[in-house]
Design a protein around this ligand. Structure first.
Ligand SMILES: [Zn+2]
Length: 122
């Protein structure tokens, strides 16, 4: 149901979209990275109107961290959300997203360390 609603939103959006950087023209019927980029683009355009909205900051961070592997890029937004008086429920979501970013950074650092150690041996 949510997917059909999203398809409808995207179809309506495409009729009036003139932004060259918007990925709406390359959306397929199947869920894909382009859909998450489209959703990210939509949330970003709303953030231009409401830059301090904790809900929008958390939504965008979620899309970036969970679906687009852009955790590092989401850190600034998470910090901004933290300073914008989040509710208790939002604080929990913030905490989970920060943990997820932190663990993915640890994994990246560990992989890099392994790679460097391997190169040093050769
Ligand atoms: Zn568009």
């Amino acid at each position: 149901m949510a997917r059909f609603r999203l398809l409808g939103v995207a179809t309506l959006h495409r009729l009036g979209c003139s932004r060259t950087e918007c990925p709406c023209s390359s959306l397929s019927a199947q869920p894909s990275r382009e859909w998450h980029l489209f959703i990210k683009c939509q949330i970003e355009s709303h953030l231009e109107k409401w830059p301090d909205s904790v809900e929008l900051l958390l939504l965008l961070s979620h899309v970036q961290v969970v679906h687009l592997e852009e955790g590092v890029e989401a850190v600034d937004r998470l910090l901004k959300a933290e300073k914008s008086k989040p509710s208790l429920e939002q604080q929990f979501r913030l905490y989970r997203l920060k943990n997820r970013v932190q663990s993915s950074l640890w994994e990246q650092a560990r992989d890099t360390k392994h790679l460097l150690a391997k190169e040093a041996v050769q």
